[in-house]
Design a protein around this ligand. Structure first.
Ligand SMILES: Cc1cc2nc3c(=O)[nH]c(=O)nc-3n(C[C@H](O)[C@H](O)[C@H](O)COP(=O)(O)OP(=O)(O)OC[C@H]3O[C@@H](n4cnc5c(N)ncnc54)[C@H](O)[C@@H]3O)c2cc1C
Length: 355
């Protein structure tokens, strides 16, 4: 029997794409190595429309954010579980330049809904050291990504779609417009392997620039912190029951999912500058963000073998970008929509692909 798609990897990318293909009545199988080295497990869950020192609105936020929220609500109805929570994000000003950026952007009518009001130092919460004051980032929130991934995993297992194990590349036999894998046939194999695509023999030519990151789960029932994300370079997200997710670090020299004392100290030291309470560390995780050199996602079919495709490059925005781009990828795979130039892997062919 021939199935339409074999999806390799069931992190956020593979899960969203599989769900989108099923909704289009396509037959699929998924293989995942039990989430080994899975970046989606380490994701903090934050959906933040404004990032960086220049307080920039995330690209295409006005389109992608409402789209993502709608998808989470749809998945909440499907799985009968709450995933997305709107949360205020309190962004502490780190410099006069940031204050200037905030006032400049808040004057623009279309941005006002994201750049909320300003607070004077010491007025938002006693538990914060906010010497330069702060402002509220609106429209953002928190996604319970572990619950979401578990629901997807259970759903795929219940429907006999998910195989546990590592796909060995040599086991794939490419035959004209079909791919054979262990005596089964697929019209297309879609690699959703996150940073592990760097070892993929068909797609390792893509210009990746992955970044390792670490996060902590902290506990203090008497921290006095408000029910809001506190952000000032590093951030701290309340996740209930006196627990917080805090992070994160960025490093570009080692791509593994091992936790380090150095990253733990970095997070604790930096959040200690703007949060007065101290915490017990109850968990510590590491992952590698799958990032392309130009920071855009990477979608498309292999330039020579059209029965091989990739959906990758969700960077540090898997929860914001995943819903939108998996929908675009699904439409592209079934042939009803072409990919946007800036996300299609065709943009890299001339410079990076050698036949
Ligand atoms: C510390 C940290 C914090 C983050 N915080 C956020 C956040 O707050 N908000 C946000 O939106 N994003 C965040 N991200 C980014 C987010 O995690 C990624 O964008 C997203 O998880 C990428 O998903 P993916 O499915 O492409 O890759 P992964 O999640 O890595 O999934 C790939 C899957 O493929 C499997 N796999 C790979 N190769 C094979 C093979 N050969 N055979 C079988 N299975 C295979 C792996 O085991 C894994 O399960 C964070 C990332 C890190 C590291």
């Amino acid at each position: 029997m021939v199935k339409d798609y074999l999806i390799v990897g069931q992190g956020l990318a593979g899960s969203f794409l599989s769900w989108n293909l099923l909704r289009r009545n396509k037959s699929i199988a998924i293989i995942d190595q039990d989430h080994e080295n899975c970046s989606s497990l380490a994701a903090a869950g934050m959906i933040n429309p404004i990032t960086g020192k220049r307080l920039v609105l995330s690209q295409r936020c006005e389109e992608l954010l409402p789209y993502a929220k709608e998808v989470y609500h749809e998945l909440e109805r499907l799985f009968n579980k709450k995933f997305f929570e709107s949360k205020e994000i309190v962004r502490l000003f780190g410099s006069k330049q940031e204050l200037y950026e905030w006032s400049r952007k808040r004057q623009q009518t279309h941005l006002k809904k994201y750049y909320g009001k300003k607070q004077k130092p010491g007025t938002y919460a006693d538990s914060l050291n906010d010497q330069k004051g702060s402002f509220i980032i609106q429209q953002g929130g928190y996604c319970r990504k572990l619950d979401l991934l578990n629901c997807f995993t259970d759903y795929f297992k219940e429907n006999n779609l998910l195989v546990s194990g590592k796909l060995v590349y040599d086991d794939l036999k490419i035959k004209d417009d079909l791919v054979e894998w262990k005596s089964n046939y697929y019209r297309c194999v879609v690699f959703c392997e996150g940073y592990q695509s760097q070892d993929n023999p068909w797609f390792s030519w893509l210009p990746f620039n992955h970044a390792k990151g670490e996060i902590l789960t902290l506990s203090n029932k008497d921290s006095g912190l408000p029910d809001a994300v506190i952000s000032c370079g590093k951030w701290c997200i309340p996740i209930g029951d006196g627990k917080y997710t805090a992070g994160s670090t960025y490093s570009w020299d080692k791509f593994d999912c091992k936790i380090t004392e150095k990253a733990k100290e970095e997070i604790l030291t930096e959040i200690g500058i703007f949060i007065k309470a101290s915490f017990e560390v109850v968990d510590h995780m590491a992952g590698v963000r799958p990032i392309m050199k130009d920071l855009n996602p990477a979608l498309g079919r292999h330039p020579e073998f059209s029965s091989l495709a990739i959906f990758n490059g969700l960077a540090s925005k898997g929860l914001l970008w995943g819903p939108f781009y998996s929908n675009q990828m699904a439409d592209y795979l079934i042939g009803i929509q072409s990919l946007e130039e800036k996300v299609s892997i065709d943009r890299f062919i001339k410079k990076h692909f050698k036949r």
